[in-house]
Design a protein around this ligand. Structure first.
Ligand code: SF4
Ligand code: SF4
Length: 94
């Protein structure tokens, strides 16, 4: 725990870290690599796959490391990647 956090929040156990769900629209990707380069968590890497545009789209290395910052979506010139928060079954039913 960081030193600056003097008091642990009372509901600490109830807080859950949001889980990411990354969506890559492979055939829309032009292989620029911006999403791979600018992801602060190094969640993505170039795949060996070749898409409809003849380039290598990114692939997910470790989705659990994603912090849903949205950088990949912001820098993608072709709107080929977006990230949403994964919902539990209970949250979907609501
Ligand atoms: S949302 Fe942020 S952490 Fe997650 S894959 Fe995109 S750039 Fe990386
Ligand atoms: S930023 Fe977009 S177009 Fe560029 S490699 Fe990533 S998904 Fe493909």
């Amino acid at each position: 725990m960081p030193e600056r956090m003097r008091h642990v929040p009372l509901d600490m156990e109830k807080a859950k870290r949001p889980e990411a769900e990354i969506h890559i629209i492979k055939d829309q990707c032009k292989g620029c690599g911006f999403c791979i380069k600018f992801c602060p968590q190094k969640v993505l890497e170039e795949s060996q796959e070749i898409n409809a545009r003849g380039v290598h789209p990114p692939k997910i290395v470790d989705e659990s490391k994603c912090v849903i910052c949205g950088f990949c979506t912001a820098v993608c010139p072709d709107f080929a990647i977006f990230v949403v928060e994964k919902l539990s079954k209970e949250e979907i039913k609501k």
